[in-house]
Design a binder for this molecule. Structure first.
Ligand SMILES: *Cc1c(COP(=O)(O)O)cnc(C)c1O
Length: 240
């Protein structure tokens, strides 16, 4: 077994254990393997180990890599999305985790209609109200929820967050709990189910699952640390 395949197995085991600790079956939590910066041959090791669900965060990289990998893989877009890139992304992915404004959602809805697709979307919440991050804040989202839910081409399935950076995984727990509480509140107000919570990355995915995550986005815990100089077309990074 390759190192990447054994780390994948380890993460799968930890996801399953954390799901059980949160009173759920292991298959109630999805593992989105974040393949950003890694070339297709390295991603192929994860595919060979039987994994099918991947996330990318840059449009150009997604366009270059996705068509070169098996057509039965499922892709989610997780990076900040500019309006002028929506038309490129929607044909490639089944879900977008980074809908961070009503303006972007309106545009994505129009493009989805033109393309004849019905993507799943997560509303990206800036839980720590950080100036450096995109995303809705809670008040905005309460005010705009009806408009967002009225977009008939977007399946609004839930919320996503990237909490403020923290030294300990457990420091993120309060932010994950806050996203879940916001989700519960939005469901109550709208009467519309928002079953999905996209939260948890390599350093804190177990805590996120304990707090209700339904999909964790994990890259470096599987592939090893990313090299800074990536970009498809750049030198291939070495697996750690
Ligand atoms: C890179 C990235 C991840 C994965 O990060 P790791 O720490 O490598 O697991 C998850 N979510 C988003 C939005 C990312 O950009």
């Amino acid at each position: 077994m390759t190192e990447i395949a054994s780390r994948l197995e380890e993460v799968r085991g930890r996801v399953a254990d954390a799901a059980r600790r949160s009173g759920r079956a292991p298959d109630e939590v999805e593992l989105l393997v974040v393949s950003k910066t890694w070339p297709v041959d390295v991603i192929g090791e994860v595919v060979a180990a039987g994994h099918r669900l991947f996330g990318e965060n840059k449009v150009q990289e997604a366009e270059e890599k996705i068509p070169r990998l098996a057509s039965d893989l499922r892709w989610h877009f997780i990076g900040h999305l500019q309006r002028n890139k929506v038309r490129k992304v929607l044909p490639l992915v089944e879900a977008v985790h980074s809908i961070d404004s009503l303006k972007l959602a309106n545009h994505a809805n129009r493009v989805a209609e033109e393309l004849g697709v019905h993507p799943d979307v997560y509303l990206d919440v800036n839980v720590g109200r950080e100036g450096s991050k995109h995303g809705f804040n809670a008040e905005e989202l309460r005010g705009e929820l009806d408009a967002l839910l009225g977009l008939d081409r977007l399946q609004v399935c839930g919320l996503m967050c990237i909490p403020p950076a923290a030294a300990e995984a457990d420091d993120a727990r309060k932010w994950f709990a806050a996203l879940r509480a916001l989700r519960d509140d939005l469901e109550r107000r709208s009467g519309v189910p928002l079953p999905k919570l996209s939260m948890g990355m390599s350093h804190d995915y177990e805590v996120a699952i304990e707090e209700g995550s339904t999909i964790v986005r994990v890259g470096s815990a599987i592939f090893g640390p990313r090299k800074t100089r990536m970009a498809a077309g750049g030198p291939d990074p070495e697996p750690a």
